[in-house]
Design a protein around this ligand. Structure first.
Ligand SMILES: [Zn+2]
Length: 333
């Protein structure tokens, strides 16, 4: 009997250590196994406030009114079989973890939020301290959010969102990328960087390497702005995620061509698609014009299938790839 109890204890110890080590995904309602992410749109927005870092804040919107406006779009997405939406609005641009948690509970859609700063648009969305502090100090702020939650909400970031200008990196962009590398090493969170063109994308990958971070920890966000597919291929071969994340019906042909190109090169497992749609706009009547999240399901996926992508390829793009992308674990060189 005693021996049975001993083995039972050993097993429980094993199970608990396994669940601690298992790399999951962090949503606004808690950690889930990567296999539970399901069909996912990896880059969307529920609210964005463009007024600037010095004027934005929770006083700019009413959570209940926003939730009422946004909920139908999440329910519509759920009906199409999607389980998760990654909300990419960074701090100082309208990030609201409590609003997201509310909407996740009401809709049943899993949502992810982020830590990090947006350094494009000449610093308009950067808090003052970004200019005065070092990369280490910035990273410590973000690591603090990852370890203890965002602003005492008990809600944790599921990835790092940063941005750089669409041109060669300036000092402030570099600092933010370095802070993201340090945060990744301490937390295992994936770096999603609003980038666009190839030049700043490869400059960022160099910074990652200098910090010993593997390119697979990096999402080249808005990669569709780069016209040369060979650049995408090169970054994907290094291991980076290539995000064509602003699908619109008039871009259908290009998105299909890109899929076929990456499939031909055996790299469909590094591709991410989304709409970069939404969102509630504080300051505009009723939150302004809201673009829903259904065009990928209604237009892109049928076109991909007509052009020869299999059901397994679609599953790869919208289930397996996002799960692999956002699975929390340090990816080191
Ligand atoms: Zn976006």
């Amino acid at each position: 009997m005693k021996l049975h109890f001993f083995y039972l204890c050993l097993f429980l110890l094993f199970v608990s250590s396994c669940s601690k080590n298992e790399s999951g995904i962090i949503t606004v309602t808690g950690k889930i196994p990567a296999g539970a992410l399901g069909k996912t749109l990896h880059h969307e927005h529920l609210l964005v406030d463009f007024i600037g870092a010095d004027s934005t804040g929770y006083h700019r919107w009413n959570k209940d009114s926003v939730a009422e406006r946004v909920l139908p779009y999440l329910l519509e997405l759920k009906k199409l079989g999607y389980k998760t939406l990654v909300e990419c609005t960074p701090a100082y641009l309208g990030r609201d973890p409590e609003l997201l948690q509310m909407l996740s509970k009401e809709s049943g859609i899993q949502l992810l939020t982020n830590t990090g700063y947006y350094s494009a648009v000449e610093g308009k969305f950067l808090p003052r301290h970004t200019f005065d502090e070092t990369a280490v100090q910035l990273a410590n702020r973000w690591i603090e959010e990852a370890k203890n939650g965002i602003e005492h909400t008990g809600i944790f970031p599921g990835f790092i969102k940063i941005s750089v200008e669409r041109k060669p990196l300036e000092a402030i962009n570099r600092k933010v990328v370095e802070a993201a590398c340090l945060t990744h090493k301490a937390t295992g969170l994936t770096i999603m960087s609003h980038t666009g063109l190839a030049v700043p994308a490869f400059q960022q990958l160099e910074i990652l390497k200098e910090h010993g971070v593997h390119p697979s920890a990096f999402i080249w966000t808005h990669a569709h702005n780069e016209t040369d597919f060979n650049k995408h291929l090169e970054a994907a071969q290094q291991g980076a995620w290539i995000a064509f994340d602003n699908f619109r019906p008039d871009r259908l042909e290009r998105y299909v061509d890109f899929s076929l190109f990456m499939k031909k090169h055996g790299l469909l497992h590094k591709v991410l698609f989304s709409h970069d749609a939404g969102w509630y706009r504080p300051g505009e009547p009723g939150g302004g014009n809201f673009r829903g999240f259904t065009e990928i399901e209604d237009i892109l996926i049928p076109a991909l299938r007509e052009n020869g992508l299999s059901q397994q390829d679609i599953h790869q793009l919208f289930v397996l790839n996002p799960a692999e992308t956002f699975k929390v674990r340090p990816r080191l060189l």
